[in-house]
Design a protein around this ligand. Sequence first.
Ligand code: PMP
Length: 405
Amino acid sequence: MKTISEIRADFPILATKVYGKPLIYFDNGATSQKPEAVINKLNEVYRNYNGNIHRGVHALSDKSSEEYEIAREKVRSFINAEKKEEIVFTSGTTGSINALAFSFGERFINKDDEIIVSTLEHHANIVPWQMLCERKGSKLKVIPVNDNGEIILEEYYKLINQKTRIVAVTQVSNALGVIVPVKEITEAAHSMNIPVLIDGAQGIQHAGTDVRESDFDFYVFSGHKIYGPAGIGVLYGKEKWLSELPPYQGGGDMVDKVTFEKTTYGALPLKFEAGTMNYPSAIGLAAAFDYVLSIGREYISSQEKDLLTYATEILSGIRRVKIFGKSDKKISTISFLIDGIHMYDTGMVLDKLGIAVRTGTHCAQPVMDRMGIDGTVRVSMCFYNTREEIDALGTGIEKVIQMFS
Ligand code: PMP
């Protein structure tokens, strides 16, 4: 078992300074930092075996194709999908949801059909569905949340009906850190044979997932939020669904036979992977999974629970700080405002102290509207953060209050 100092040493950026101050990185919800193992893997691909996948007969192409397919198998195993063919690589969560909304929409959505999302969604799980609704004349229905940002299940049960074609909800609110009852949501949808899409962008980093045990029909996430490279993501879909869906892009590598009269498509998952994929990042993502598994999900989860408890205690103890999304089911993310001080001022002063937080709506305007605010300051922690860093955040917030009083 590594010590926290050893873990931190695995992430070179954590030893850097900003404005001459040691970096305290609390923006893991936006993107996580990368361990040396991932950085080295990208380096290895480009230095040793860069060749376009599934194309050449030469050694470099063979090696990169092999590594790419090994990466697919690692994703399968990490989320416990049944088959490798159910794992489609994309550019990220946004790419996955857009692909699905288009493809599922083409096949299954007609005028007056309904699609259910929740108030908590990131724009990536709202806008593609709205675009589909505009194209097809279908309707978006929204599950409300209470004042703490918790899903009101009774309202969801009222929304779901014979017209519902898909339920698309996040596993965890990126803006508030509140965990969504995806099990109950999935069970209710399945009782009416309606598929569910779970946006795992935040969930995968903290809560992990077992798509088979949870019986999700679709699960999407981005590599960069789980210590992997940017530009790679995953669309998991049960084979029974993916095999029914049309491709969302046409081009090289996704076809079986092309003539000007007719084109037939390749088998799963390649029919959804047109063009040159981001194979170096897929291979890098597999290295990130290996790293996470070497640290251990139990360690990660207990460390993050401790950070959440401690940070909640520290922030709650500061007069004028108001936390949004108070719930006993949360990941290690805290959204707050300081009474009378603009969030951007808070963020800017903290930045000058070397503390990186996110300010704004977090691409989740509807939930900010529901809370009656323009945005928040968000502290999103992960297992490489420490209590000492939280102490520094507390001191930093006191400084902000002093400066603006
Ligand atoms: N959904 C959620 C819940 C997110 O947190 C994010 C990223 N903030 C996204 C979707 C979009 O992810 P990406 O920008 O990597 O496509």
